[in-house]
Design a binder for this molecule. Structure first.
Ligand code: ADP
Ligand code: MG
Length: 256
């Protein structure tokens, strides 16, 4: 629906770590059901953008909106913080983040990992959460791994468990930060398949990836970041098929 506001709207975002300016005015939208990929060299600000989006990092200037609701701030510049802790919690629980390093809790079984946040953060009913957790683990192809610990799984299985954990929060959108970068090539594909399935079922996602084939296959829109600014963006066919910027052409030839 064209009259719905985007699930995620980042407008003119500026972020510095002390004196280091990392984002210099970045605007990105994720309409409902769309997949946005963020590409760019190491250090270009991709992870920072996702972390600011999730309010894991403060930003100094610019707006963030979720389903049209603007984040309210207090203070300005380096003193700017979100004003409303309840709003922060609401936004964060609606954006599940999947990290390169899985970040599963080593002392919990896979099922406990997936159930933990819905139980403790959302305070949902245990039996319902368990049924949902088992269903999501099935969906990512590791329904038989409920009772084992993360160390007993391959990297690809651990990452799929992390995706099930994100899904079990029933988020409005998923944020992926290099979800396949820590995996051996043969394990990468099992995670890519899960991400493709999620895209096909109309999930709203923002994906930071070094995998240009994944970005080309799943994205509605691709954003190329260079030194904290959007250097080029567009539909994957145009961006990968006919890149306009010299920097993007250089980046793409270096990643193939
Ligand atoms: P990317 O994900 O595109 O590789 P990042 O967003 O991780 O880029 O980093 C962008 C820049 O910000 C880099 O120069 C990095 O060293 C710096 N940076 C990232 N996180 C921090 C931090 N917590 N403190 C200081 N500098 C940081
Ligand atoms: Mg990064």
């Amino acid at each position: 629906m064209t009259d719905q506001p985007p699930v995620i709207e980042i407008n003119n975002l500026h972020k510095a770590y002390g004196p280091l300016e990392v984002l210099k005015g970045v605007s990105v939208k994720a309409p409902r059901g769309h997949v946005i990929s963020l590409i760019g060299s190491s250090g270009s600000g991709k992870s920072t953008l996702l972390r600011c989006c999730n309010l894991l990092e403060d930003s100094q200037e610019g707006d963030l909106r979720f389903n049209g609701e603007a984040v309210t701030w207090k203070g300005t510049g380096h003193n700017r913080r979100p004003a409303d802790p309840k709003q922060v919690l609401r936004i964060r629980t609606n954006l599940s983040m999947v990290f390169q390093q899985f970040n599963l809790w080593a002392h919990m079984t896979i099922l406990q990992n997936v159930m933990e946040a819905p139980l403790t953060v959302l305070r949902r009913d245990r039996a319902e959460v368990e049924a949902a957790a088992r269903a999501y683990l099935d969906k990512v192809g590791i329904g038989d791994k409920c009772d084992v610990y993360p160390a007993q799984l391959s990297g690809g299985q651990q990452q799929r468990a992390a995706i099930a954990r994100g899904l079990c929060m029933e988020p409005e959108a998923l944020l992926f930060d290099e979800p396949t970068s820590a995996l051996d090539p043969e394990l990468e594909q099992e995670v890519v398949k899960v991400i493709k399935d999620l895209a096909a079922e109309g999930r709203t996602m923002m994906i930071v990836t070094h995998d240009m084939k994944l970005a080309a296959d799943v994205s509605d829109h691709v954003v190329f970041l260079h030194q904290g600014l959007i250097e080029e963006q567009g539909a994957p066919d145009a961006l990968f098929g006919a890149p306009k910027s010299e920097r993007l052409r250089g980046f793409l030839s270096a990643t193939h």
